[in-house]
Design a protein around this ligand. Structure first.
Ligand code: B12
Length: 226
């Protein structure tokens, strides 16, 4: 773990919002992109907090406090990036929908993903944590996104993930599904995803996917692929 991330985890635990933001800003000023900041500064800081909790060095209350502070920093980061975004006005914004599988409360990874899409100028519908499957279906029909992003963290929600992917893919074939999870390397997780589901291990993977999508869209826009 790098020093900035370690410092951030301490600030989160002390609910030192401004100092925590200072750590993120330090990484930004050093030239790191959003994917690096999400994966190797913020995620790693939260993972360290998780380890401290497992080892009884901190209480659940500390963990909740740290999560709340982290959420505020992510929101501030998101606004900061939007004012300096990569939006390309020549392209009409494609749409993406985000949610955590029913029952799932861990939503920081999802927030990072939706912020990254927005940084790339997408029209983002972030439906947050614990979205009942019926409402995922309803929202898919209502907003007809090109891409649906799902997040899951807890193993016992895996059967729900499988049901969700199968139902939604049936409803709107042709939609791209991206599922991100800390469980990405586990067979039990992978077997819940259909062959054409994209598995995202982290924000860096998503960053590359968005870069590739943008290049392709620009090429189509210029008539290269027409
Ligand atoms: C913070 C936290 C919480 C918070 C979550 C608040 C919130 N708003 O998210 C609270 C306190 C609510 C919580 C509750 C619980 N938690 Co908890 N929690 C954590 C902790 C410490 C950090 C999670 C986190 O935010 N990480 C930072 C994010 C950014 O990382 P990430 O989710 O992995 O996301 C990255 C990638 O996976 C990927 N990604 C993820 N989603 C997506 C989506 C897309 C589209 C893309 C592209 C990428 C992507 O990109 C991200 C960036 O790299 C972890 C410890 C750990 N090791 O993960 C435990 C942990 C996940 N929790 C755990 C548990 C057991 C629970 C509870 C059951 C505890 C309880 N008894 O109540 C509940 C369950 C709640 C529920 N129903 O979901 C276990 C899960 C074990 C398991 N069985 O699978 C863990 C691993 C702790 C542990 N070691 O036991 N928790």
């Amino acid at each position: 773990m790098n020093e900035i991330s370690k410092k951030l985890s301490e600030y989160l635990l002390e609910k030192e919002l401004l100092k925590g933001w200072g750590s993120v800003k330090e990484a930004l000023d050093q030239g790191y992109n959003s994917a690096f900041i999400y994966d190797f500064i913020v995620r790693d800081a939260m993972h360290r907090i998780g380890e401290m909790w497992e080892q009884n060095q901190i209480t659940v209350a500390h963990e909740h406090l740290a999560t709340g502070t982290c959420e505020l920093i992510l929101s501030k980061y998101h606004i900061e990036k939007l004012s300096n975004s990569l939006i390309d006005n020549n392209l009409s914004a494609p749409r993406a929908m985000f949610f955590c599988v029913e029952g799932e409360e861990h939503d920081l990874g999802l927030k990072m993903a939706s912020s990254l899409f927005e940084e790339y100028g997408w029209d983002v519908y972030d439906l947050g944590s614990n979205l009942p499957l019926d409402y995922a279906e309803y929202s898919l029909n209502k907003w007809k996104p090109e891409v649906v992003c799902i997040s899951i963290s807890i193993r016992h929600h895996l059967p729900k993930l499988k049901e969700t992917i199968q139902k939604l893919q049936q409803k709107r074939p042709g939609t791209t599904f991206i599922v991100g999870s800390r469980l990405h390397g586990e067979t039990a997780f992978q077997s819940c995803c259909t062959a054409d589901t994209i598995i995202a291990k982290d924000s860096s993977f998503l960053f590359q996917w968005l870069e590739d999508y943008q290049k392709e869209a620009r090429a189509v826009d210029k008539g290269v692929l027409l």
